[in-house]
Design a binder for this molecule. Structure first.
Ligand SMILES: C[S@@+](CC[C@H](N)C(=O)[O-])C[C@H]1O[C@@H](n2cnc3c(N)ncnc32)[C@H](O)[C@@H]1O
Length: 439
């Protein structure tokens, strides 16, 4: 795989292309830059696969460089047409004296709509900086290539009650997840004569009410959620004096345990025998801190249930054009989706926080056996929320070129992704994980 393909015409473009190659290559980027042999004579098919393997297509444009594109067998034209057809992230680099010809062939007409960089020899560093900000699927920090994925946790209380689509997604996800996780909740439910439940990151309460809230042996249920409106909704819909109540608390605030103890005292609860964390750890910056404290409020024979996700577990087949891999990649770096390598940490986090008998109840949700409605729900669960997130991020960071490119690509490919996903022969596994552990 390449990060960047450099496309250039030898006359007038070679020197700049070479300079760029050297600088980008020194940063540790994988750059495809073919030397003269491939450039002379007939178009070389090797270039097609190199374009296929590159996320970004830098097009060096010296003065008059597109004039020869009138001819159908001009290789620069073929190269550009191929990059357009393959929806590559094209960045035109306009050198001194270059202007867009008025008589571009039909197939290249859209080219001038791509965001271009005005190249300046004098301010080459600034030009390169700008190019890097427009490239996708790669990142450079301090002059060196770094992983494009989020590799650190960030606290992220993304939920807003007003966001109807988000609520719809959580509902769809909940139904889909019922068959995945309900057996584990049933097992836990049957373990105790009386249930005292603490649900963390309860959202509007739908999830915990569905799994444990209507259980006959439920004695007390306390839900904790950051979003004020979600808490109001949960109390209005499910609240029951002396039995079920939801509270607004930040799991990561300094005073979290003091506040929680206060709530427990007021409600006559000394400990909980079930603590639930469903799709919450991935949104926390300090999961260890939280888990360690939870042991202290879990009863001696209590159970903690943790559901989380890890995108490293995702599998898509067939994915010849790499669109599923790219969609997952985008999810990995967009900040609202949480930390997508959280799932792999759950076992270790539980162990280090002192929990015993850690059991992996479920590992991966696959499309095998799903009907077309269920496939739709799974698609919706994962892929539609990426689109929503990108739209929110686009508004939040209007100048961010990467988000713009990701959103454009995603909107463009969405129907394609959905159609492929609906094919009965298409296999997909989503990295949901479910663990239980004891004190
Ligand atoms: C993906 S939702 C999961 C909701 C529910 N548990 C479920 O499985 O359907 C994550 C929830 O955790 C909440 N959350 C995230 N960070 C939080 C924090 N620091 N304190 C409290 N709630 C938080 C969000 O507001 C959101 O409602």
């Amino acid at each position: 795989m390449y990060d960047i393909f450099i496309s250039y015409r030898r006359d007038g473009g070679f020197e700049m292309a070479r300079l760029l190659y050297d600088r980008l290559h020194d940063m540790g980027l994988n750059v495809f830059f073919d030397l003269e042999e491939l450039r002379s004579g007939k178009f070389n098919v090797k270039l097609f696969s190199a374009i296929d393997e590159s996320a970004n297509f830098l097009l060096v444009l010296p003065k008059d460089s597109l004039d020869r594109c009138k001819s159908e067998d001009d290789w620069l034209r073929i190269e550009i047409e191929y990059a357009i057809a393959k929806k590559k992230n094209i960045v035109p680099l306009m050198m001194n004296g270059f202007t867009w010809p008025s008589d571009l062939p039909e197939t290249l007409k859209g080219l001038h709509l791509y965001n271009a960089v005005q190249m300046s020899r004098e301010y080459l560093d600034a030009s390169i900086e700008r190019i890097l900000s427009m490239c996708v699927n790669m990142a450079v920090k301090g002059g060196k290539k770094v992983s494009a994925e989020k590799d650190v946790r960030e606290g992220n209380k993304y939920f807003t009650y007003d966001d109807k689509k988000e609520r719809r997604r959580l509902n769809t996800q909940q139904n889909l997840m019922r068959s995945f996780d309900a057996p584990a909740y049933d097992k836990v439910k049957g373990r105790y004569e009386k249930l005292t439940v603490l649900d963390l990151g309860a959202n509007t309460g739908e999830f915990i009410m569905d799994r444990l809230g209507t259980s006959e042996n439920l004695e007390k249920l306390v839900g904790v959620e950051f979003d004020e409106k979600a808490v109001q909704y949960a109390n209005a819909t499910y609240g029951k004096a002396g039995k079920i109540a939801f509270f607004r608390l930040d799991l990561e605030s300094e005073t979290f345990y003091d506040d929680l103890r206060g709530i427990m005292d007021e409600n006559g609860i000394s400990s909980f025998n079930v603590i639930n964390l469903s799709m919450v750890l991935l949104h926390l910056k300090h999961p260890y801190r939280l888990l360690k404290g939870l042991r202290g409020i879990l009863s001696k024979d209590g159970t903690i249930i943790v559901k989380d996700i890890d995108d490293g577990m995702n599998m898509a087949y067939p994915d010849d054009d790499g669109i599923f891999a790219k969609a997952v990649d985008i999810c990995n770096r967009e900040e609202l989706a949480g930390y997508r390598k959280s799932g792999r940490q759950v076992y270790t986090l539980l162990y280090r926080s002192g929990f015993k008998h850690i059991t992996q109840e479920r590992f991966g949700l696959s499309v095998a056996g799903m009907d077309s409605d269920e496939r739709s729900a799974l698609f919706d669960t994962y892929f539609s929320f990426i689109l929503e997130d990108l739209r929110i991020l686009r508004e939040k960071y209007p100048d961010d070129k990467r988000i713009k490119a990701d959103l454009e690509w995603y909107e463009d490919m969405y129907d394609d992704l959905e159609e492929k996903f609906q094919d009965d022969a298409f296999y997909f596994v989503l990295g949901f994980m479910l663990f239980t552990a004891q004190k």
